[in-house]
Design a binder for this molecule. Structure first.
Ligand code: S3P
Length: 430
């Protein structure tokens, strides 16, 4: 599937609610499934990635029912999963593969995890290392450090460890914390910079014995998770395309409803505000996961420097921040972009390639992505998603400020996180 997106005729206007948060939806299923009872999660994301998580737990004997936008996960306790009939196919979802491995390391049956071509290229050493230290048997079926992975279960509890993560990754942190539930004693994990904390929040809410001290999180196992109901806000990573779009398309004023505003996810708002973007939080509702409505108006942006420690707080938003930077005055520098190369695609490459077709020469230097502002002159071009949902949507927004029609190739991948994206874009493009 290809999209034709042309220069916007007017601004982005009106109101919009973007899809539910992907990270929280995954965790509702995973931790609901191993809790000791029923967990109802309202506003669940039925995108491809989260459906993979849901199907994986169904294949392990967990009943999950659906009622409109809500799911109810009937948890069976930490050890209540049953062996699946075949390999668990996890599609494109790195989050599922990395976090579920922590849960499966604690089971007493063997599982094989497979994924699509992109997922089968992504690094898994980062979870194999801490899980092996905990005494789990996890190995790549075909050698190297990639999926398919075989996790050989054992009846013995895992060994608690103190693990210093080499990179800031919420997926790795969550994997170790999930495995920590199955360890006899206190496991601790320390990250170099703060990454998203949805796992810590849901485990606290489910009464796990978990404590946070700065960049270290400790969890004591084995314990029982006591489930509660969840209200999943809209995904700030999906909202980011419309936030940036409204900032760069002249004449825009857009309201985006019920956006998740967890402090470990709002890096994109902080950076775009620092660039001079008019983004107002209309009302902030506290809760297990805070949320609020946003009002965004067209603004002339200016360049900024994004520091390495900010990167985990906006890791999925770098493609769209790059597009906004291309419309800013001056040259934007995003430091410490190494992790961006091991996402659904090498996003440094796919951003640079697409921007260069539009006449913007972004470069990579000493681990930083450097994006020159274009003074508003962006050329229409043929663009590629490279099979990456966030690249496809970022380029659709870039097309709105180009000087003609852009063709964006291979956009079926947006179904992983935002199936109705193009319809929403048409709805608010006046
Ligand atoms: C996610 C964490 C991030 C992010 C991914 C979702 C999560 O990955 O890129 O889309 O839900 O934990 P890393 O933590 O590996 O950077």
């Amino acid at each position: 599937m290809d999209w034709k997106v042309g220069k916007a005729r007017g601004g982005l206007k009106g109101e919009l609610t973007v899809p539910p948060d992907k990270s929280i939806s995954h965790r509702a299923v995973m931790f609901g499934a191993i809790s000791g009872g029923k967990c109802r999660a309202r506003n669940f994301l039925f995108g491809e990635d989260c459906v993979r998580t849901l199907e994986a737990f169904r294949a392990m004997g967990i009943e999950i029912t659906r009622e409109d936008d809500a799911i109810t996960v009937h948890g069976k306790g930490l050890k209540g999963l049953t062996p699946p009939e075949g390999a668990l196919y996890l599609g494109n979802s790195g989050t599922t593969m990395r976090i579920i491995s922590g849960v499966l390391a604690g089971q007493d049956f063997t599982t094989v995890l497979t994924g699509d071509e992109s997922l089968s290229r992504r690094p898994m050493r980062r979870i194999m290392e801490p899980l092996s230290m905990m005494g789990a048997r996890i190995e790549p079926v075909e050698g190297a450090d990639h999926a398919p992975l075989r996790i050989t279960g054992t009846k013995a509890p895992l060994k608690p460890i103190s693990y210093a993560m080499p990179m800031a990754s919420a997926q790795v942190k969550s994997c170790v914390l999930a495995a920590g539930l199955y360890a006899a004693g206190r496991t601790s994990v320390t990250e170099p910079f703060q990454s998203r904390d949805h796992t810590e929040r849901i485990l606290e809410y489910f009464s796990a014995d978990i404590r946070r001290k700065g960049l270290t999180t400790e969890i004591s196992g084995p314990g029982e998770l006591v489930p509660g109901d969840l209200e999943i806000p809209a995904d700030i990573s999906s909202a980011a395309f419309f936030i940036a779009g409204a900032l760069i398309v002249k004449g825009s004023r857009l309201i985006i409803r019920n956006v998740g505003l967890n402090p470990t996810r709002i890096g994109v708002i902080n950076v775009l505000k620092r660039m001079g973007g008019s983004i107002r939080i209309l009302d902030l509702r506290e809760g297990i996961e805070p949320a609020g409505d946003l009002e965004v108006r067209y603004s002339q942006l200016k360049a900024t420097v994004v520091e390495e420690e900010e990167v985990p707080l906006l890791i999925d938003e770098i493609p769209i921040i790059a597009v906004a930077s291309a419309m800013a005055e001056g040259t934007t520098v995003i430091k410490g972009v190494r992790e961006l190369k091991v996402k659904e695609t090498d996003r440094v490459r796919s951003i640079r390639e697409n921007l260069s077709r539009m006449g913007i020469d972004a470069v990579e230097e000493n681990g930083s992505l450097i994006i020159p502002g274009s003074s508003g002159r962006i050329r229409a071009a043929g663009l590629d998603s490279f099979g990456d949902h966030r690249i496809a949507m970022s380029m659709a927004i870039a097309a709105l400020v180009s000087d003609g029609d852009c063709l964006i190739r291979d956009t079926a991948c947006v179904a992983t996180s935002y199936p109705g994206f193009l319809g929403d874009l048409e709805k608010v493009s006046i």
